[in-house]
Design a protein around this ligand. Structure first.
Ligand SMILES: Nc1ncnc2c1ncn2[C@@H]1O[C@H](COP(=O)(O)OP(=O)(O)OP(=O)(O)O)[C@@H](O)[C@H]1O
Ligand SMILES: [Mg+2]
Length: 240
């Protein structure tokens, strides 16, 4: 293939990433020796049963958590060897995060929530915020507070917020978990559209098989290990 990914296109890499928690006398292996390379612009879904390590992996990629062993590299920065301020800048400028439970700031309006990543970076871009509001269909709700929105509207606000600063990496943990299937599909369409426009890579953790089928690549975890990594249509399903 003449378009094989080169090292230059690698956006993130986990090497031998291991994360353990001790629970009483017992050790929980949340992630065990995980190797994963993510290319720029790639769409990957993470699947696997509850407790298999999906959120743990996302937390390592966002730099909010560190592995006990192994390394995590994002945008050319090896997180363990970087300073706290380098990691903060990376998160602020390079990463967008969408959570299952939205995590909107209750005392900020929809447009202020969307502008938050820019504000944290001491930037203002009202045109970009207005564009995002329009794209997620929330222009009429711009000055409303999160408590006045439906679940789908809250999630679309969270999505606009995660993408407003055109991050190179978007991490979404069960972004449709709290939505009915029509709103979930709408959120996913938007995420895909904005990802393409920005050229962002997207990693989504999900229990939703239909959602997983739309990605370029599917990674299946079981007990903290990768048990499948390939095209969604070839996924053999959970190990038995
Ligand atoms: N802070 C913590 N302290 C102790 N154990 C933890 C902690 N966070 C996660 N774990 C354990 O690590 C394992 C992996 O958890 P993780 O949250 O990554 O799973 P998950 O795949 O995201 O599950 P779900 O689909 O339910 O969100 C689980 O066994 C969990 O109980
Ligand atoms: Mg989780």
């Amino acid at each position: 293939m003449d378009s094989a990914p080169t090292a230059a296109q690698t956006l993130a890499r986990l090497t031998g990433a291991t994360r353990r928690y001790s629970r009483g006398a017992e050790d929980v292996h949340a992630l065990e020796n995980v190797d994963l390379t993510l290319a720029a612009g790639e769409w990957l879904t993470l699947v696997g049963p509850s407790g298999c390590g999906k959120s743990t992996l996302l937390n390592l990629l966002s730099g909010v958590d560190q592995p006990d062993e192994g390394s995590v590299e994002v945008g050319g920065l090896e997180l363990a060897r970087s300073t706290e301020s380098q990691r903060t800048l990376l998160r602020r400028r390079g990463i967008g995060i969408v959570f299952q439970s939205f995590h909107l700031v209750p005392h900020l309006t929809v447009e202020e929530n969307i502008a938050l990543p820019l504000a944290l970076d001491r930037k203002r871009d009202p045109a970009r915020v207005a564009e995002l509001l329009e794209r997620v269909g929330l222009t009429p709700r711009a000055t409303h507070f999160p408590s006045e929105l439906s679940g789908g509207e809250q999630q679309r606000t969270a999505l606009a917020r995660a993408l407003v600063h055109k991050p190179m990496l978007v991490l979404a943990d069960e972004p449709t978990g709290n939505l009915d299937s029509a709103s979930g599909a709408r959120v996913l369409d938007l995420l895909d559209e904005l990802r393409r426009e920005n050229g962002s890579a997207l990693v989504i953790a999900t229990h939703d098989a239909r959602l997983a089928a739309r990605a370029d690549r599917l990674v299946r975890l079981a007990d903290g290990r990768i048990v499948y990594d390939g095209r969604p249509q070839d996924d053999p399903g959970p190990p038995r």
